[in-house]
Design a protein around this ligand. Structure first.
Ligand SMILES: [Zn+2]
Length: 140
């Protein structure tokens, strides 16, 4: 038996409220919703990080996320916007190490948001941006 909670949901060993399922992925309600309608888009195969997920599957997950986004917007669930949130790694807030994408309905006053570091809001100097650009570019 897998110790991964998402693998156990996919195997039918744990309950979930499933809104969509196909041969590659499953979409179900987050058990601790940030707002009503909070969904998780989860590949059926176990990949710890999004960088482990094959490209074709990443594209499929994004396509399904768009379907879920539209479904929420067309429903009566309160939603003035939608956030996609993907935590990739411990420092990024990932808690279940089976890569997944959060779909979070948003509205004014919902209490959810990103906390930005002190000093955020200043335009960075070009030399610093270019230095980081070069480092990342070398690995693209
Ligand atoms: Zn898993």
């Amino acid at each position: 038996m897998s110790s991964c909670v998402f693998c156990r949901i996919i195997a039918g060993e744990l309950p979930a409220s499933v809104v969509y399922e196909d041969d590659q992925c499953i979409v179900f309600m987050d058990i601790m919703p940030i707002t009503d309608g909070h969904l998780l888009v989860v590949p059926k195969e176990h990949y710890p990080l999004v960088i482990d997920v094959p490209d074709e599957l990443v594209m499929h997950l994004y396509k399904v996320a768009k379907m879920a986004n539209k479904a929420i917007r067309q429903s009566d669930i309160r939603s003035e916007g939608i956030n996609y949130f993907l935590a990739d790694g411990v420092a990024a807030g990932q808690e279940v190490f089976h890569s997944h994408l959060h779909i979070v309905p948003r509205y004014r006053g919902d209490g959810f948001g990103l906390r930005l570091p002190k000093g955020y809001g200043k335009i960075a100097d070009r030399a610093g941006l270019d230095a980081h650009c070069t480092i990342i570019k070398q690995n693209m």
